[in-house]
Design a binder for this molecule. Structure first.
Ligand SMILES: [Cu+2]
Length: 471
Protein backbone atom coordinates (compact mmCIF):
# COMPACT_ATOMS: atom_id res chain seq x y z
CA UNK A 1 0.00 0.00 0.00
CA UNK A 2 1.24 3.48 -0.66
CA UNK A 3 1.85 6.02 2.02
CA UNK A 4 -1.81 7.02 1.71
CA UNK A 5 -2.79 4.58 4.37
CA UNK A 6 -0.85 3.61 7.43
CA UNK A 7 0.13 0.36 9.04
CA UNK A 8 -3.12 0.18 10.98
CA UNK A 9 -5.01 -0.15 7.77
CA UNK A 10 -2.61 -2.80 6.55
CA UNK A 11 -3.43 -4.87 9.63
CA UNK A 12 -7.15 -4.32 9.31
CA UNK A 13 -7.10 -5.28 5.66
CA UNK A 14 -6.02 -8.82 6.43
CA UNK A 15 -7.10 -11.07 3.62
CA UNK A 16 -8.76 -14.43 3.79
CA UNK A 17 -8.66 -16.03 0.36
CA UNK A 18 -11.03 -18.82 -0.46
CA UNK A 19 -9.82 -22.39 -0.41
CA UNK A 20 -9.58 -24.17 -3.75
CA UNK A 21 -12.79 -25.23 -5.39
CA UNK A 22 -14.04 -28.68 -4.68
CA UNK A 23 -17.50 -30.09 -4.95
CA UNK A 24 -19.98 -31.10 -7.51
CA UNK A 25 -19.24 -30.58 -11.19
CA UNK A 26 -22.15 -29.64 -13.35
CA UNK A 27 -22.25 -29.88 -17.12
CA UNK A 28 -20.85 -26.99 -19.11
CA UNK A 29 -23.33 -25.47 -21.52
CA UNK A 30 -22.18 -24.23 -24.89
CA UNK A 31 -23.06 -20.64 -25.68
CA UNK A 32 -22.80 -19.72 -29.31
CA UNK A 33 -24.48 -16.32 -29.71
CA UNK A 34 -22.48 -13.45 -28.27
CA UNK A 35 -25.04 -12.51 -25.62
CA UNK A 36 -25.16 -14.90 -22.65
CA UNK A 37 -28.00 -17.46 -22.55
CA UNK A 38 -31.25 -16.42 -20.86
CA UNK A 39 -32.45 -18.23 -17.73
CA UNK A 40 -35.42 -20.47 -18.53
CA UNK A 41 -38.66 -19.26 -16.96
CA UNK A 42 -40.48 -22.30 -15.69
CA UNK A 43 -43.48 -20.42 -14.30
CA UNK A 44 -46.84 -20.72 -16.02
CA UNK A 45 -48.29 -17.84 -14.02
CA UNK A 46 -48.61 -14.44 -15.66
CA UNK A 47 -46.26 -11.72 -14.42
CA UNK A 48 -44.03 -14.32 -12.74
CA UNK A 49 -40.51 -15.38 -13.61
CA UNK A 50 -39.32 -18.47 -11.79
CA UNK A 51 -35.82 -19.73 -12.44
CA UNK A 52 -33.22 -22.06 -10.99
CA UNK A 53 -29.70 -20.83 -10.38
CA UNK A 54 -26.81 -22.91 -9.06
CA UNK A 55 -23.34 -21.66 -8.19
CA UNK A 56 -20.84 -24.49 -8.60
CA UNK A 57 -17.27 -25.17 -9.66
CA UNK A 58 -16.86 -25.86 -13.37
CA UNK A 59 -14.12 -26.22 -15.98
CA UNK A 60 -14.25 -23.90 -18.95
CA UNK A 61 -11.90 -22.64 -21.61
CA UNK A 62 -11.42 -18.91 -21.01
CA UNK A 63 -8.23 -18.51 -23.04
CA UNK A 64 -7.23 -20.45 -26.17
CA UNK A 65 -5.52 -23.77 -25.50
CA UNK A 66 -6.22 -23.92 -21.77
CA UNK A 67 -8.96 -24.90 -19.40
CA UNK A 68 -9.69 -23.04 -16.20
CA UNK A 69 -11.27 -24.10 -12.93
CA UNK A 70 -13.98 -21.50 -12.43
CA UNK A 71 -17.02 -20.85 -10.32
CA UNK A 72 -20.05 -20.65 -12.57
CA UNK A 73 -23.76 -19.94 -12.36
CA UNK A 74 -25.51 -22.82 -14.17
CA UNK A 75 -22.20 -23.80 -15.74
CA UNK A 76 -21.48 -20.63 -17.71
CA UNK A 77 -19.27 -17.57 -17.32
CA UNK A 78 -20.93 -15.09 -17.32
CA UNK A 79 -23.97 -16.68 -15.74
CA UNK A 80 -27.20 -16.77 -17.73
CA UNK A 81 -29.17 -13.56 -18.06
CA UNK A 82 -32.19 -13.04 -15.83
CA UNK A 83 -34.64 -11.38 -18.22
CA UNK A 84 -37.78 -9.94 -16.59
CA UNK A 85 -40.38 -7.22 -17.05
CA UNK A 86 -41.37 -4.33 -14.80
CA UNK A 87 -43.92 -5.52 -12.24
CA UNK A 88 -42.90 -9.19 -12.50
CA UNK A 89 -42.59 -11.31 -9.40
CA UNK A 90 -39.16 -12.94 -9.63
CA UNK A 91 -38.46 -16.21 -7.84
CA UNK A 92 -34.92 -17.55 -8.00
CA UNK A 93 -34.37 -21.02 -6.56
CA UNK A 94 -30.71 -20.66 -5.71
CA UNK A 95 -28.41 -23.48 -4.66
CA UNK A 96 -24.91 -23.01 -3.32
CA UNK A 97 -22.87 -25.94 -4.62
CA UNK A 98 -19.59 -24.23 -3.74
CA UNK A 99 -17.43 -25.27 -0.83
CA UNK A 100 -17.75 -21.82 0.75
CA UNK A 101 -20.58 -19.45 1.72
CA UNK A 102 -21.92 -17.09 -0.90
CA UNK A 103 -24.90 -14.82 -1.65
CA UNK A 104 -26.55 -13.48 -4.79
CA UNK A 105 -26.75 -9.69 -4.77
CA UNK A 106 -29.16 -8.20 -7.34
CA UNK A 107 -27.11 -5.10 -8.04
CA UNK A 108 -29.24 -1.98 -8.40
CA UNK A 109 -32.62 -3.62 -7.78
CA UNK A 110 -35.00 -2.05 -5.26
CA UNK A 111 -36.15 -5.01 -3.15
CA UNK A 112 -36.71 -6.13 0.45
CA UNK A 113 -33.65 -6.16 2.71
CA UNK A 114 -33.63 -9.94 3.18
CA UNK A 115 -33.61 -10.45 -0.63
CA UNK A 116 -30.61 -8.17 -1.27
CA UNK A 117 -28.00 -10.91 -0.99
CA UNK A 118 -25.84 -8.74 1.21
CA UNK A 119 -23.35 -10.13 3.75
CA UNK A 120 -26.19 -10.15 6.31
CA UNK A 121 -27.75 -13.16 4.58
CA UNK A 122 -25.08 -15.71 3.68
CA UNK A 123 -25.99 -19.02 2.06
CA UNK A 124 -23.85 -21.85 3.36
CA UNK A 125 -22.32 -24.59 1.18
CA UNK A 126 -24.98 -27.11 0.17
CA UNK A 127 -27.83 -24.80 1.17
CA UNK A 128 -30.68 -23.65 -1.02
CA UNK A 129 -32.39 -20.31 -0.80
CA UNK A 130 -35.33 -18.79 -2.65
CA UNK A 131 -34.90 -15.15 -3.61
CA UNK A 132 -38.38 -13.71 -4.14
CA UNK A 133 -39.02 -10.09 -5.07
CA UNK A 134 -41.18 -7.95 -7.34
CA UNK A 135 -39.52 -5.69 -9.88
CA UNK A 136 -40.69 -2.13 -9.44
CA UNK A 137 -42.62 -0.33 -12.21
CA UNK A 138 -40.41 2.30 -13.83
CA UNK A 139 -37.21 0.37 -13.14
CA UNK A 140 -36.61 -1.00 -16.64
CA UNK A 141 -32.87 -1.07 -17.18
CA UNK A 142 -29.67 -3.07 -17.19
CA UNK A 143 -28.60 -4.58 -13.89
CA UNK A 144 -26.45 -7.51 -12.86
CA UNK A 145 -26.04 -10.11 -10.17
CA UNK A 146 -22.97 -11.30 -8.30
CA UNK A 147 -21.93 -12.67 -4.88
CA UNK A 148 -21.62 -10.28 -1.96
CA UNK A 149 -20.31 -12.39 0.90
CA UNK A 150 -17.97 -10.70 3.36
CA UNK A 151 -14.28 -10.86 2.38
CA UNK A 152 -14.80 -13.13 -0.62
CA UNK A 153 -16.76 -11.07 -3.14
CA UNK A 154 -13.65 -10.26 -5.18
CA UNK A 155 -12.43 -13.84 -5.27
CA UNK A 156 -15.84 -15.27 -6.19
CA UNK A 157 -16.40 -12.70 -8.94
CA UNK A 158 -12.85 -13.30 -10.20
CA UNK A 159 -13.65 -17.00 -10.43
CA UNK A 160 -16.63 -16.31 -12.69
CA UNK A 161 -19.74 -15.50 -10.64
CA UNK A 162 -21.49 -12.64 -12.42
CA UNK A 163 -24.42 -12.33 -14.79
CA UNK A 164 -26.80 -9.83 -16.37
CA UNK A 165 -30.25 -8.89 -15.12
CA UNK A 166 -32.40 -7.10 -17.68
CA UNK A 167 -35.66 -5.41 -16.67
CA UNK A 168 -37.89 -4.54 -19.62
CA UNK A 169 -40.70 -1.99 -19.84
CA UNK A 170 -44.00 -2.77 -21.53
CA UNK A 171 -43.82 0.66 -23.18
CA UNK A 172 -40.16 0.68 -24.26
CA UNK A 173 -39.87 3.59 -26.71
CA UNK A 174 -37.36 1.94 -29.02
CA UNK A 175 -38.49 -0.17 -31.97
CA UNK A 176 -38.55 -3.85 -31.05
CA UNK A 177 -36.87 -4.61 -34.38
CA UNK A 178 -33.58 -3.23 -33.01
CA UNK A 179 -31.15 -6.05 -32.34
CA UNK A 180 -29.87 -6.12 -28.80
CA UNK A 181 -26.48 -7.19 -27.44
CA UNK A 182 -25.73 -7.76 -23.77
CA UNK A 183 -22.01 -7.12 -23.32
CA UNK A 184 -20.47 -7.92 -19.94
CA UNK A 185 -16.92 -6.62 -19.53
CA UNK A 186 -14.44 -8.35 -17.25
CA UNK A 187 -10.71 -8.91 -16.95
CA UNK A 188 -8.48 -11.52 -15.40
CA UNK A 189 -5.00 -12.94 -15.03
CA UNK A 190 -4.36 -16.57 -15.85
CA UNK A 191 -1.34 -18.75 -15.14
CA UNK A 192 0.15 -20.68 -18.10
CA UNK A 193 -1.83 -23.74 -16.98
CA UNK A 194 -5.04 -21.72 -17.28
CA UNK A 195 -5.71 -21.30 -13.58
CA UNK A 196 -6.96 -17.97 -12.31
CA UNK A 197 -4.09 -16.16 -10.69
CA UNK A 198 -4.78 -14.37 -7.42
CA UNK A 199 -1.83 -12.54 -5.86
CA UNK A 200 -0.18 -14.26 -2.89
CA UNK A 201 -0.55 -12.17 0.27
CA UNK A 202 2.56 -10.15 1.00
CA UNK A 203 3.88 -10.14 -2.57
CA UNK A 204 4.46 -6.97 -4.59
CA UNK A 205 1.50 -7.86 -6.83
CA UNK A 206 -0.69 -8.29 -3.76
CA UNK A 207 0.22 -4.80 -2.61
CA UNK A 208 -0.58 -3.39 -6.05
CA UNK A 209 -3.92 -5.23 -6.18
CA UNK A 210 -4.62 -4.01 -2.69
CA UNK A 211 -4.22 -0.43 -3.87
CA UNK A 212 -5.60 -0.54 -7.43
CA UNK A 213 -7.99 -3.43 -7.08
CA UNK A 214 -7.33 -6.56 -9.11
CA UNK A 215 -6.85 -5.88 -12.80
CA UNK A 216 -5.98 -8.53 -15.34
CA UNK A 217 -4.03 -8.42 -18.59
CA UNK A 218 -6.78 -10.43 -20.33
CA UNK A 219 -9.95 -8.56 -21.24
CA UNK A 220 -13.18 -10.45 -21.80
CA UNK A 221 -16.54 -9.63 -23.31
CA UNK A 222 -19.09 -12.18 -22.14
CA UNK A 223 -16.26 -14.44 -20.98
CA UNK A 224 -14.52 -14.42 -24.38
CA UNK A 225 -11.36 -12.71 -25.52
CA UNK A 226 -12.03 -10.37 -28.44
CA UNK A 227 -15.25 -11.93 -29.73
CA UNK A 228 -16.97 -10.64 -32.87
CA UNK A 229 -20.26 -8.84 -33.19
CA UNK A 230 -21.79 -8.48 -36.62
CA UNK A 231 -23.38 -5.27 -37.88
CA UNK A 232 -25.27 -4.74 -41.10
CA UNK A 233 -24.56 -1.41 -42.71
CA UNK A 234 -27.35 1.06 -41.94
CA UNK A 235 -28.81 -0.87 -39.00
CA UNK A 236 -29.02 0.25 -35.38
CA UNK A 237 -28.14 -2.03 -32.45
CA UNK A 238 -28.89 -1.56 -28.79
CA UNK A 239 -25.93 -2.46 -26.62
CA UNK A 240 -26.41 -3.01 -22.90
CA UNK A 241 -22.92 -2.88 -21.40
CA UNK A 242 -22.12 -3.99 -17.86
CA UNK A 243 -18.76 -3.43 -16.19
CA UNK A 244 -18.36 -6.59 -14.10
CA UNK A 245 -14.63 -5.99 -13.56
CA UNK A 246 -13.30 -5.95 -10.02
CA UNK A 247 -11.57 -2.61 -10.54
CA UNK A 248 -10.91 -1.70 -14.18
CA UNK A 249 -12.51 1.43 -15.61
CA UNK A 250 -13.26 1.30 -19.33
CA UNK A 251 -13.26 4.27 -21.68
CA UNK A 252 -15.13 2.82 -24.61
CA UNK A 253 -14.76 4.10 -28.15
CA UNK A 254 -15.45 2.75 -31.62
CA UNK A 255 -13.31 4.44 -34.28
CA UNK A 256 -15.33 6.33 -36.87
CA UNK A 257 -18.54 5.96 -34.89
CA UNK A 258 -20.37 7.90 -32.23
CA UNK A 259 -22.75 6.35 -29.73
CA UNK A 260 -26.21 7.47 -28.81
CA UNK A 261 -26.07 7.18 -25.04
CA UNK A 262 -29.65 6.38 -24.10
CA UNK A 263 -29.44 4.98 -20.59
CA UNK A 264 -27.42 4.35 -17.44
CA UNK A 265 -27.61 2.11 -14.38
CA UNK A 266 -31.35 2.45 -13.81
CA UNK A 267 -32.59 2.65 -17.38
CA UNK A 268 -33.32 5.13 -20.12
CA UNK A 269 -32.68 8.87 -19.99
CA UNK A 270 -35.34 11.33 -21.12
CA UNK A 271 -33.42 11.99 -24.35
CA UNK A 272 -30.51 10.35 -26.18
CA UNK A 273 -27.12 12.04 -25.88
CA UNK A 274 -24.59 11.68 -28.69
CA UNK A 275 -21.10 10.86 -27.39
CA UNK A 276 -17.75 9.81 -28.80
CA UNK A 277 -16.78 7.72 -25.80
CA UNK A 278 -18.18 6.29 -22.59
CA UNK A 279 -16.39 5.98 -19.25
CA UNK A 280 -17.65 3.01 -17.28
CA UNK A 281 -16.34 2.34 -13.77
CA UNK A 282 -16.70 -0.94 -11.91
CA UNK A 283 -20.38 -2.00 -11.63
CA UNK A 284 -21.74 0.83 -13.80
CA UNK A 285 -23.91 0.06 -16.83
CA UNK A 286 -24.87 1.90 -20.00
CA UNK A 287 -27.33 1.48 -22.80
CA UNK A 288 -26.07 2.66 -26.18
CA UNK A 289 -27.48 2.79 -29.65
CA UNK A 290 -24.80 1.94 -32.17
CA UNK A 291 -25.54 3.15 -35.69
CA UNK A 292 -23.84 1.11 -38.38
CA UNK A 293 -22.55 4.00 -40.46
CA UNK A 294 -19.73 1.96 -42.03
CA UNK A 295 -19.76 0.03 -45.30
CA UNK A 296 -20.31 -3.69 -45.94
CA UNK A 297 -17.16 -5.64 -45.08
CA UNK A 298 -15.71 -2.98 -42.76
CA UNK A 299 -14.01 -4.08 -39.55
CA UNK A 300 -13.59 -1.85 -36.55
CA UNK A 301 -12.54 -2.60 -32.97
CA UNK A 302 -14.35 -1.52 -29.82
CA UNK A 303 -11.50 -0.32 -27.64
CA UNK A 304 -10.97 0.82 -24.11
CA UNK A 305 -8.88 4.00 -24.28
CA UNK A 306 -6.44 5.01 -21.53
CA UNK A 307 -8.09 6.24 -18.34
CA UNK A 308 -6.01 7.28 -15.37
CA UNK A 309 -7.84 6.30 -12.20
CA UNK A 310 -4.61 5.50 -10.34
CA UNK A 311 -2.26 7.04 -7.85
CA UNK A 312 1.18 7.48 -9.42
CA UNK A 313 2.85 4.95 -7.09
CA UNK A 314 0.91 1.96 -8.43
CA UNK A 315 -0.21 3.15 -11.86
CA UNK A 316 0.40 0.21 -14.23
CA UNK A 317 3.22 0.75 -16.74
CA UNK A 318 0.85 0.05 -19.64
CA UNK A 319 -2.04 2.16 -18.37
CA UNK A 320 -1.82 4.50 -21.39
CA UNK A 321 -2.17 1.75 -23.98
CA UNK A 322 -5.56 1.34 -25.71
CA UNK A 323 -6.97 -2.14 -25.21
CA UNK A 324 -9.03 -4.11 -27.73
CA UNK A 325 -12.32 -5.53 -26.50
CA UNK A 326 -14.59 -6.52 -29.34
CA UNK A 327 -14.33 -6.94 -33.12
CA UNK A 328 -17.17 -5.26 -34.96
CA UNK A 329 -17.54 -6.90 -38.37
CA UNK A 330 -19.80 -5.39 -41.01
CA UNK A 331 -21.56 -8.10 -42.99
CA UNK A 332 -21.41 -8.16 -46.78
CA UNK A 333 -25.18 -7.64 -47.00
CA UNK A 334 -26.55 -4.62 -48.80
CA UNK A 335 -27.12 -1.68 -46.45
CA UNK A 336 -30.53 -1.22 -44.87
CA UNK A 337 -32.19 2.18 -44.80
CA UNK A 338 -31.29 4.08 -41.65
CA UNK A 339 -34.15 3.83 -39.17
CA UNK A 340 -35.78 6.81 -37.49
CA UNK A 341 -35.05 6.92 -33.77
CA UNK A 342 -37.21 8.59 -31.13
CA UNK A 343 -35.92 11.94 -29.86
CA UNK A 344 -37.55 11.42 -26.46
CA UNK A 345 -37.36 8.18 -24.52
CA UNK A 346 -39.35 8.38 -21.28
CA UNK A 347 -40.01 10.63 -18.31
CA UNK A 348 -37.51 10.45 -15.47
CA UNK A 349 -39.40 12.04 -12.57
CA UNK A 350 -37.20 14.32 -10.46
CA UNK A 351 -36.70 13.54 -6.79
CA UNK A 352 -37.59 16.65 -4.78
CA UNK A 353 -34.38 18.08 -3.35
CA UNK A 354 -36.41 20.64 -1.36
CA UNK A 355 -37.93 17.73 0.57
CA UNK A 356 -34.52 16.58 1.83
CA UNK A 357 -34.48 16.18 5.61
CA UNK A 358 -30.77 15.46 5.93
CA UNK A 359 -27.52 16.12 4.14
CA UNK A 360 -24.81 13.53 4.67
CA UNK A 361 -21.16 13.92 3.86
CA UNK A 362 -19.48 10.68 2.88
CA UNK A 363 -15.70 11.09 2.78
CA UNK A 364 -13.72 8.54 0.84
CA UNK A 365 -10.07 7.96 1.59
CA UNK A 366 -7.91 5.04 0.60
CA UNK A 367 -9.62 2.07 2.28
CA UNK A 368 -11.90 4.10 4.54
CA UNK A 369 -15.32 5.72 4.53
CA UNK A 370 -15.56 8.61 6.97
CA UNK A 371 -12.30 7.37 8.50
CA UNK A 372 -13.67 3.94 9.38
CA UNK A 373 -13.54 0.40 8.10
CA UNK A 374 -16.62 -1.75 7.84
CA UNK A 375 -18.14 -3.21 11.00
CA UNK A 376 -21.19 -5.44 10.54
CA UNK A 377 -22.30 -4.56 14.07
CA UNK A 378 -22.15 -0.80 13.55
CA UNK A 379 -24.78 1.39 11.90
CA UNK A 380 -23.08 4.30 10.15
CA UNK A 381 -26.17 6.19 9.03
CA UNK A 382 -29.69 6.12 10.47
CA UNK A 383 -32.42 7.23 8.07
CA UNK A 384 -36.19 7.35 8.29
CA UNK A 385 -38.40 5.30 6.04
CA UNK A 386 -39.87 7.64 3.43
CA UNK A 387 -37.21 10.32 3.91
CA UNK A 388 -35.48 12.17 1.10
CA UNK A 389 -31.81 12.90 1.71
CA UNK A 390 -28.89 14.57 0.00
CA UNK A 391 -25.62 12.67 0.05
CA UNK A 392 -22.38 14.40 -0.77
CA UNK A 393 -19.69 11.89 -1.58
CA UNK A 394 -16.26 13.45 -1.56
CA UNK A 395 -13.13 11.68 -2.66
CA UNK A 396 -10.21 13.07 -0.67
CA UNK A 397 -7.49 10.98 -2.30
CA UNK A 398 -5.74 10.64 -5.62
CA UNK A 399 -7.52 7.53 -6.87
CA UNK A 400 -11.03 7.12 -8.26
CA UNK A 401 -13.57 5.27 -6.12
CA UNK A 402 -16.85 4.06 -7.66
CA UNK A 403 -19.48 4.46 -4.92
CA UNK A 404 -22.43 2.04 -4.74
CA UNK A 405 -25.55 2.21 -2.57
CA UNK A 406 -27.64 -0.92 -2.17
CA UNK A 407 -31.42 -0.98 -2.45
CA UNK A 408 -32.12 2.58 -3.58
CA UNK A 409 -31.40 4.34 -6.84
CA UNK A 410 -30.44 7.99 -6.69
CA UNK A 411 -30.18 11.03 -8.95
CA UNK A 412 -26.93 12.95 -9.20
CA UNK A 413 -27.59 16.68 -8.84
CA UNK A 414 -24.06 18.14 -8.88
CA UNK A 415 -20.50 17.15 -9.58
CA UNK A 416 -17.87 19.45 -8.06
CA UNK A 417 -20.59 22.03 -7.55
CA UNK A 418 -21.64 21.98 -11.22
CA UNK A 419 -25.27 21.03 -11.82
CA UNK A 420 -25.76 17.73 -13.62
CA UNK A 421 -26.88 18.38 -17.22
CA UNK A 422 -29.65 15.77 -17.21
CA UNK A 423 -31.42 13.34 -14.89
CA UNK A 424 -30.85 9.63 -14.69
CA UNK A 425 -31.22 6.86 -12.14
CA UNK A 426 -27.92 5.63 -10.75
CA UNK A 427 -26.86 3.12 -8.12
CA UNK A 428 -23.12 3.34 -8.71
CA UNK A 429 -21.29 6.58 -9.35
CA UNK A 430 -17.61 6.98 -10.03
CA UNK A 431 -16.11 9.67 -7.80
CA UNK A 432 -12.86 10.64 -9.54
CA UNK A 433 -9.76 11.54 -7.57
CA UNK A 434 -10.20 14.72 -5.49
CA UNK A 435 -13.72 15.26 -6.85
CA UNK A 436 -17.17 15.22 -5.26
CA UNK A 437 -20.65 14.14 -6.26
CA UNK A 438 -23.95 15.24 -4.69
CA UNK A 439 -27.00 13.07 -5.14
CA UNK A 440 -30.57 12.97 -3.93
CA UNK A 441 -32.12 9.71 -2.76
CA UNK A 442 -35.50 8.75 -1.34
CA UNK A 443 -35.85 5.80 1.03
CA UNK A 444 -39.34 5.12 -0.27
CA UNK A 445 -39.86 1.73 1.32
CA UNK A 446 -38.10 -1.45 2.47
CA UNK A 447 -36.67 -0.88 5.93
CA UNK A 448 -33.43 -2.70 6.65
CA UNK A 449 -29.69 -2.44 6.72
CA UNK A 450 -28.24 -1.44 3.38
CA UNK A 451 -24.59 -1.42 2.41
CA UNK A 452 -22.85 1.47 0.76
CA UNK A 453 -19.33 0.92 -0.45
CA UNK A 454 -16.57 1.39 -2.95
CA UNK A 455 -17.09 -1.04 -5.85
CA UNK A 456 -13.41 -1.67 -6.35
CA UNK A 457 -13.86 -5.13 -4.91
CA UNK A 458 -10.50 -5.21 -3.13
CA UNK A 459 -11.44 -1.97 -1.38
CA UNK A 460 -14.93 -3.19 -0.48
CA UNK A 461 -13.73 -6.59 0.66
CA UNK A 462 -11.20 -5.05 2.99
CA UNK A 463 -13.59 -2.66 4.63
CA UNK A 464 -14.33 0.38 2.47
CA UNK A 465 -18.01 -0.04 3.25
CA UNK A 466 -20.64 1.26 5.65
CA UNK A 467 -24.19 0.45 6.73
CA UNK A 468 -27.29 2.58 6.24
CA UNK A 469 -30.19 1.61 8.49
CA UNK A 470 -33.59 2.66 7.12
CA UNK A 471 -36.29 2.42 9.80
CU1 LIG B 1 -12.24 2.30 -3.68
Amino acid sequence: MSNLIGTRALCVWAVVFAAGATGEQIPVLQTDPLSPPVLHNRSRSPRTVEVTLTAAPARLSLAPGTETEVYAYNGTVPGPTLDVREGDRVIVHFRNALSEPTTVHWHGIHLPFDMDGSPFHPIQPGEQHDYDFTVMPGSAGTYWYHPHFAHSTGTQVAKGLYGALIVRAADDPLPSSIKEQVLILSDSRLDPDGSIRMAEPGTAQWRIDFENGREGNLLFVNGRIMPTVELRSGEVQRWRIINASAARTYRLALAGHTFLHIGGDGGLFERPVEVKEIVLASAERVELLVRATGSPGDRVVLQSLPYDRYIPQTRPADWNRPRDLLMVQYSAETPVTAMALPSTLRKVPALDTAAAVATRVISLTQGFINGKVMDMDRIDIHATLGATEIWEVENLVGMDHPFHLHGFQFQVIERNGIPEPFRQWKDTINVPKHESVRFVVRFSDYPGKWMFHCHILAHEEHGMMGILAVQ
